[in-house]
Every structure is written in structure tokens, then in C-alpha cells.
Design a protein around this ligand. Structure first.
Ligand code: NAD
Length: 262
């Protein structure tokens, strides 16, 4: 068991990457608190873990609200006695996010409130708890879009993920001598609810697929495996990194002629 005796807090745990990570971390021996604004989804994940013999508790929290982030951390310590792994993963990609001219200020603020302030609040309250637990691993979900300009504009989202990367670097440096590691997970395009809602026609899906050397979307389970490495002691010398798990999209200048579609 790669996370035996560890306590993990996962935001956005009701669906996609957060859900698959909660299931995997629990299977690897961690006690898992999952938080989300989606209560039904969160309760279902909690139940699934408990039925498989794992330890889990759902706590409803909106990561854009400071007091709810403070409460989710206190809940974790109260429930399982410590905090060793913090996965700041909750995020949104708004359908009205576009270019600078067309994007409303409210959409920009909403996106930053969740994607950027959510990570800040997670760290603001999570780091003191980690100090109390003797250290730990923080994983912030960024995105491949923080590395590339995209033809399909989503300016607020892209900028928010750039902010997650720069926060991650600075946090890693600040807390390196406190036994707290901070890394970013940069997923490529995934077949999760978040992206499929945005790429809602076959044509839009194909436009994205054509850029991926592997010729397919990634799976949330594949991100969970990467998060497991960053969460576990196996990555003990890894901090401040940007772990790209993207089917090769950021490595590609030209992609193969006929990408295999699945
Ligand atoms: P998802 O939509 O399946 O899951 C996101 C979860 O976050 C949902 O359960 C949602 O309810 C929750 N959430 C939304 N707003 C919240 C808030 N204010 N407070 C708490 N929870 C909230 O999407 P996913 O693909 O699993 O996304 C997880 C992370 O991965 C996000 O940060 C996303 O930006 C990032 N990401 C996704 C992709 C992709 O292609 N899907 C690619 C790169 C990065």
C-alpha cells in the first residue's frame, strides 16, 4: 500500500480526476476526505470507498470561499487526526470563456475565484495543518494549456492555470525546508465532464484530437495514477515540478498524419 497511514484531502472529489483519485488513494491505504459543491456525487464516492473497505468522508465545500476551505481542513483533522496530502483539484472551464474581447469580466472573476483562489485557500489553511502533521505533499491541478497557446480561446481558464503553476513554484520554494512538497499536475485533454461539455460537437472534439500525438483523450484514471506518485513518498525529492501527463500534446510540433481515434 503506497499511502498507508496517510490522510488526504481532495477538492473536486465528486467527479472526474478528483473522484478517481479519491478511489485510488483509498485503495492505497489513505484515509480520504473529499470535498465538492456537488453533494450527491460526493456522497456516492464516499459510499463506494466505504463499501470497498476504505476510509472516506465527504465534506461539502466551495473552494472559492475562504471560510469553507478553513472548515474542510478542520473537518479533515477532526475526522482522521492529520493532513498529509492536499490535492487542490477543483476547477471550472466556463462555456462563455473566450477571447479578451468577448469574455465578460464576471466570467473571468468566477474562473479565477475557483481555479486560483481555490488553490490559495487550500494552501492557506492546509499548510498549517500539514505543519502540525510533520509535513506532506500538495498537488495543484494546472493544465497543459498553461504551456501552450490554444486556437480555441479560453482566456480566463488558461490564465488561471498559469497562475496555478506560478503559485506552485513559489510555494514549493517557500516550504521546501518544512518537509512540505508542492507540485503541479498538468493534465492534457481528458474525456471528463469538464472538457466534453466544452467540446460538445464531434467537429470540436476532432479539432482537439488532431493535436494529440497519442490520438486519444486521456482518462481521469490516468491522472489519478500520476497524482498517486506525487502524493506518495516515492516522489520524496520532487518539488516545484510541473508534471505533464498529456499524451504528448506539449511535445508536439507536428502530429502524426492519422491520429488513432477512440
Ligand atoms: P470535472 O468537472 O469532472 O470535476 C471537477 C469537479 O470540481 C466537479 O465535481 C465540480 O463539482 C467541482 N467543483 C467545481 N467548482 C467547485 C467549487 N467552487 N468548489 C468545489 N468543487 C467545485 O472535471 P475534471 O476534468 O476532473 O477537472 C479537475 C481539474 O482538472 C480541474 O482543475 C480542471 O481544470 C483540470 N483539468 C482538466 C482537464 C480536462 O481535459 N478535463 C485538462 C486539464 C486540467
Amino acid at each position: 500500500m503506497r499511502l498507508k497511514d496517510k490522510v488526504a484531502l481532495i477538492t473536486g472529489g465528486s467527479s472526474g480526476i478528483g473522484k478517481e483519485t479519491a478511489l485510488l488513494f483509498a485503495k492505497q491505504g489513505a484515509s480520504v476526505v473529499l470535498t465538492d459543491i456537488d453533494g450527491d456525487g460526493g456522497m456516492a464516492v464516499q459510499k463506494q470507498i466505504q463499501e470497498a473497505g476504505g476510509k472516506a468522508a465527504f465534506f461539502k465545500a466551495d473552494v472559492s470561499k475562504a471560510e469553507e476551505c478553513e472548515a474542510m481542513v478542520l473537518f479533515t483533522e477532526k475526522q482522521f487526526g492529520a493532513l498529509h496530502i492536499l490535492f487542490n483539484n477543483a476547477g471550472i472551464m466556463h462555456s462563455e470563456d473566450g477571447d479578451a474581447v468577448g469574455t465578460e469580466e464576471a466570467i473571468f472573476d468566477l474562473t479565477f475565484g475557483i481555479n486560483v483562489k481555490g488553490v490559495f485557500f487550500g494552501c492557506k489553511y492546509g499548510i498549517p495543518a500539514m505543519r502540525r502533521s510533520g509535513g506532506g505533499s500538495i498537488i495543484n491541478t494546472a493544465s497543459f494549456v498553461a504551456h501552450l497557446g490554444a486556437a480555441t480561446p479560453q482566456l480566463a481558464y488558461t490564465a488561471s492555470k498559469g497562475a496555478v503553476l506560478s503559485m506552485t513554484r513559489e510555494l514549493a520554494v517557500i516550504h521546501a525546508r518544512e518537509n512540505i512538497r508542492v507540485n503541479a499536475l498538468c493534465p492534457g485533454p481528458l474525456r471528463t465532464e469538464l472538457l466534453m461539455k466544452f467540446l460538445n460537437t464531434e467537429e470540436k472534439k476532432q479539432r482537439r484530437l488532431v493535436h494529440i500525438p497519442m490520438g486519444r483523450f486521456g482518462e481521469a484514471k490516468e491522472m489519478a495514477q500520476a497524482a498517486l506518485f506525487l502524493a506518495s513518498d516515492e516522489s520524496s525529492y520532487t518539488t516545484g515540478s510541473e508534471f505533464l501527463v498529456d499524451g504528448g500534446i506539449t511535445a508536439a510540433y507536428v502530429t502524426p498524419e492519422s491520429p488513432k481515434t477512440t
